[in-house]
Design a protein around this ligand. Structure first.
Ligand code: HEM
Length: 446
């Protein structure tokens, strides 16, 4: 039997010397990546860093192979390398056995019991946020959701040991850094070494973020207080290799990783849910009817969450249509076989959840927001809201719990109304989020 050689991997048109595809990406990164899906087959090569191949994997089965079967042998690649400039070494940047060890240290913070305990804190934070929105006020919803996500996370991670000023500073600096990470993925490496204000701003914000988290870690450590939160858990953890407690630096990296991985993502999904509900009064009415039926006047509790089946479908449909991931990367450490192709060591791999979840072959009528598409049957193989394999999101249940708790709390108190004629566009930085989303607050009556 003779095996036919696979077709060569096509190169996407439009690469320029020194810049690769940076211009296309800077102009419209989501549009560019989506256009690759339409124009090329299962694999296509783009240039992010001149001299390095980045193969975008477009076929759902090959994406799964990359994440699950090849997961243990691949490095994390460009996106996570840029994240590492902020985070240092942490669970999200590590690969191989180091990753396994780091993940084991964090896992106890995400058990079913722990998450059930976090719900009260999440609800309190959501209620406090809503209480601060005056009726008639025009709310920058994305900003408000970043604030809310960060406070939900900060209270579960640090038990609120950040004071108000530190908290506000962290929020501002994190957003500078997250935008910077997004830009650095797209631009060739030489661009970040230029003495530009934008690079200086990134460096300053990165140092400030680390300093804020460092201080919180040092204070809690000095107090010797076990607050039962994630930070206390990490303070008790041991490095499996050395048998010693984790250093302040290691703990800071892990905490920062949770803040980065768990803030913009949750905030974007919350924003998009509020946007979609405001656009479709029929869907919003069904959500409210379900909340009334399941909760009556009671505040939401952990046991209620799985009974909110329609709201769960709304959230799932938001993960589909408005996924926050636009370029998740890996890198081959040795020559690697992916489907019929053999890739040399050092090949960058990437996939785009946002584009995958809008593929008409996987999701009929993909641009329509339709929670009922999740009523029957298992999700199609290309639906990967939290990734797959050994790097699958550690915070998946935490995130869904936050989303449902926050929505069940917000939606019964206020109605958020879209400005007429407002076009809300997605923009991809470190994550995909609404560029701006302004909505007016109205109290729910009766
Ligand atoms: C809507 C919310 C969220 C979405 C859509 C999301 C999505 C993802 C995805 C797709 C990955 C896999 C990346 C890869 O393949 O390399 C991931 C990893 C990760 N996520 Fe999330 N995430 C969310 C919320 C959270 C939250 C709330 C936390 C923490 C509190 C968190 C912590 C992490 C961590 C630590 C990893 C790295 C896991 C590893 O490499 O072992 N995420 N997330």
């Amino acid at each position: 039997m003779t095996l036919t050689a696979p077709p060569p991997i096509p190169r996407a048109a439009g690469s320029l010397p020194f810049l690769g595809h940076a211009l296309h990406l800077v102009r419209d990164n989501l549009g560019f990546i989506a256009s690759l899906r339409r124009a090329y087959g299962p694999l296509v090569e783009i240039t992010l860093q001149p001299g390095t191949r980045t193969v975008v994997v477009q076929d759902p089965a090959l994406i799964r192979t990359m994440l699950v079967d090849l997961g243990p042998s691949l490095d994390k690649g460009r996106f996570f390398e840029k994240m590492g400039q902020l985070l240092g070494d942490s669970v999200v940047t590590a690969a191989g056995q180091t990753h396994v060890r780091k993940r084991r240290q964090l896992q106890p913070a995400f058990t079913h019991d722990k998450i059930a305990r976090y719900v009260d804190v999440m609800r309190e934070e959501a209620a406090a946020a809503v209480a601060g929105w005056r009726p008639g006020r025009r709310l920058d919803v994305r900003e408000a959701m970043v604030g809310l996500s960060l406070s939900m996370l900060a209270r579960t991670v640090f038990s609120g040991s950040l004071d108000d000023t530190a908290f506000r500073r962290l929020r501002r600096d994190l957003s500078v850094v997250m935008n910077g990470v997004g830009a650095r993925v797209m631009l060739p490496d030489w661009a970040e070494r230029l003495p530009l204000p934008v690079n200086r701003r990134f460096d300053r914000a990165r140092d400030a973020v680390r300093a804020t988290v460092d201080r919180a870690v040092t204070e809690l450590k000095a107090s010797g207080h076990d607050t039962g939160d994630m930070l206390s858990m990490l303070l008790r953890a041991e490095d499996e290799e050395t048998g010693r407690p984790l250093t302040g630096h290691q703990i800071c990296s892990e905490i920062l990783t949770l803040a980065v991985a768990g803030t913009e993502t949750t905030a974007s999904v919350l924003s998009w849910v509020l946007y979609e509900l405001a656009r479709d009064p029929g869907i919003e009415a069904r959500v409210l009817a379900e909340l009334e039926e399941v909760l009556g006047d009671r505040p939401v509790a952990f046991a209620d969450l799985e009974r909110l089946s329609y709201l769960n479908r709304v959230v799932t449909e938001t993960f589909r249509l408005h996924h926050t991931g636009w370029l998740v990367t890996r890198r081959t450490a040795t020559e690697t076989r992916l489907g019929r192709w053999t890739l040399p060591a050092g090949t960058e791999l990437a996939y785009c959840q946002h584009a995958l979840h809008r593929d008409p072959e996987l999701f009929p009528d993909p641009l329509t927001f339709d929670p009922d598409r999740w009523r029957d049957g298992p999700p199609p193989p290309g639906f990967l809201p939290f990734g797959a394999g050994r790097h699958k999101c550690i915070g998946d249940r935490f995130a869904v719990t936050e989303l449902l708790t926050a929505l069940a709390t917000i939606l019964r108190e206020v109605r958020l109304v879209l400005d007429p004629g407002q076009t809300v566009r997605p923009v991809a930085r470190a994550t995909v989020r609404p560029r701006t989303l302004l909505m007016t607050v109205r109290r729910r009556t009766g």
